[in-house]
Design a protein. Structure first.
Length: 401
């Protein structure tokens, strides 16, 4: 199967994952009234989803390496689609929580399975661009979810919207299952049991310094970008007295520029030999721009420009970041390693938002941007450590499932 077909199919699966992630949040105002719960209780729904996903990602990675990436990916997609459909049938808050937990378990398979498939089937000269398409596909899923859910809710109600979303995901899973049959034995979990490493050896791989540094990078990444995506609008309003339209516009251009940076970063990473330099440079620029916003000195007219530059700077680092993780991954360990390091995303998403909210409650929006910048500067140290202390391996670190 050709590289472009594999990249397209796995990107489509990642789109479905992110699409389902954002089916419930747009419905929170309706669910609050329907289930008679507080905003905080609805926030717990998101926490349960990401908590379950984060806790299960490493376990999913072990399954990927031992059972095969394609098998685990299709199972996770099925579970996630069914969970969102079941959420449309819920009659109580506790049923909604159970559906969110089940959806989180399904979501846990995507990063370990997707990266294992890409690493074992896409040629080395295109792998960074494969990573960038993978990331952009996920972002597109986030864009589509509110549109689809909002439209169907307007026409037929929120229950039908969730049933539709789950049904579309299951249909997409069926299509992916029929189109990925020829991906090869590298994804089929055919490694003889006798040749597989022990669980203790697998755990030693995850506890190696470069892998732990990569985990820290991803945790810091979402801890910083969550602040921008979630609280930049009110923070800009407080610092610059920016009208809501200007602040939301600045966030919008940040997101678009981020996607553009990811695309450009894929081409750059396929040609670069020092991915640590690319990643560290992009993060340094983004941190400096966040400090610029924290200073309160730029004129109101320049806010969107600064936000766009920040988004592009962070986006361009993404493929090089994944190339560093790939280089640090021993053969046969892509599933567990990428599952483990990407669970850092869920950790950052759980821990950081309350801190930013607390700073805004105290009237310290500049401190919020300063904290974002500080986290980015620490990210640079993790990039350097991943580069310097790559896991020793006798075979190329491409990984397979």
């Amino acid at each position: 199967m050709g590289d472009f077909r594999v990249i397209g199919l796995i990107g489509a699966g990642h789109l479905i994952s992110h699409f389902l992630q954002l089916t419930l949040p747009p419905l929170f105002p309706l669910l609050r009234s329907e289930l008679d719960v507080s905003w905080a209780a609805l926030g717990v729904v998101s926490s349960v989803f990401y908590g379950a996903s984060g806790l299960a990602q490493t376990v999913a990675g072990f399954f990927v390496d031992r059972l095969g990436a394609r098998r685990v990916l299709l199972a996770g997609m099925t579970v996630m689609g069914l969970a969102i459909a079941l959420a449309g049938l819920t009659s109580s808050y506790w049923m909604l929580l159970a559906a969110a937990a089940l959806a989180g378990l399904g979501n846990s398979v995507f990063h370990p399975a997707d990266y294992s498939i890409l690493n074992s089937t896409v040629g080395a000269r295109r792998i960074a661009r494969a990573y960038s398409v993978h990331a952009i596909s996920g972002n597109l899923g986030w864009v589509l979810a509110p549109i689809v859910v909002g439209t169907v809710t307007h026409l037929a109600g929120w229950r039908v919207a969730l049933l539709t979303a789950g049904g579309l995901a299951l249909l997409g899973t069926l299509v992916l299952a029929t189109q990925t049959r020829g991906l090869g034995a590298a994804m089929a979990g055919t490694t003889p049991a006798a040749s597989r490493p022990s669980v203790a050896a697998d755990l030693r791989v995850l506890l190696a310094v470069p892998i732990m540094m990569a985990f820290g990078y991803f945790a810091l990444l979402t801890a910083s970008t969550t602040g921008i995506q979630t609280f930049a609008v009110p923070a800009l309003g407080l610092i610059y007295d920016a009208p809501l339209t200007v602040a939301t516009g600045a966030l919008t251009v940040y997101l678009f520029a981020n996607a553009t940076g990811i695309l450009a970063g894929g081409f750059l990473a396929d040609r670069a030999s020092r991915h640590d330099v690319v990643a560290a440079t992009g993060v340094t620029c983004a941190a400096a721009l966040m400090l610029t916003l924290a200073s309160g000195r730029p004129p109101l007219s320049a806010i969107a420009v600064v936000m766009a530059a920040t988004g592009f700077s962070m986006g361009i680092t993404a493929p090089s970041r994944d190339m560093l993780v790939r280089a640090a991954t021993p053969r046969g360990s892509s599933g567990k390693v990428f599952g483990f390091v990407y669970s850092g995303l869920d950790l950052g998403s759980l821990v950081a938002p309350p801190v930013y909210g607390w700073l805004l409650d105290r009237g310290e929006p500049r401190a919020m941007f300063a904290v974002v910048a500080a986290l980015m500067f620490v990210m640079i140290l993790t990039v350097i450590q991943v580069r310097r202390r790559v896991v020793p391996a006798t075979a190329p670190a491409a990984g397979g499932s």
